[in-house]
Design a protein. Structure first.
Ligand SMILES: [Fe+2]
Ligand SMILES: [Fe+2]
Length: 160
């Protein structure tokens, strides 16, 4: 996982996380810092191991998960969809960490798809990220349940 560790140490990744942490300080709902990336990485990789015929390399899945929300701060500042912003910001980071062109294309596509309906014929990585994005959250104990547009009773049952 050397390239993922390199990614987490990259000054731009650290800078984006700091911006997001700052902008989400008063946020009632789920936050999108390092912990969210790690949770999505673990859940999406577990999902792939259990459910997919084609398992992507762990580094590819983890890199995509850690990067899928790095454009959140852009969305807060400009209104641009953060899936697109995250993919754009992820490209130079992935190049700097020596991911292959093929892996980069898979990761950017997965990031772009992570907000879509998982049943919507997504790439395997996009589907795993979209599902893990919900399953990686502790909605059952969240104090903002009644205010959250994403919350429904089904989410109280989700344990992954
Ligand atoms: Fe997101
Ligand atoms: Fe997310």
């Amino acid at each position: 996982m050397a390239r993922v560790n390199q990614l987490l140490d990259h000054e731009d990744y650290i800078c984006y996380m700091e911006k997001i942490n700052g902008l989400e300080k008063e946020r009632l709902f789920c936050k999108h810092g390092f912990e969210h990336g790690l949770n999505v990485a673990r859940v999406s990789y577990a999902y792939m191991l259990e459910n997919r015929d084609v398992i992507l390399p762990k580094e590819v899945v983890y890199a995509a998960a850690f990067l899928h929300d790095i454009g959140r701060w852009v969305e807060y500042q400009t209104g641009e969809d953060h899936a697109e912003a995250s993919a754009r910001l992820a490209l130079p980071l992935l190049e700097a960490c020596r991911f292959s062109l093929e892996d980069i294309q898979l990761i950017l596509q997965g990031i772009r798809e992570h907000r879509r309906n998982p049943a919507d014929n997504l790439t395997p990585l996009g589907e795993a990220l979209a599902l893990a994005d919900d399953w990686a959250r502790d909605c059952r104990h969240c104090s903002a349940q009644t205010l959250c547009y994403k919350f429904n009773d089904e989410m109280k049952q989700i344990m992954y």
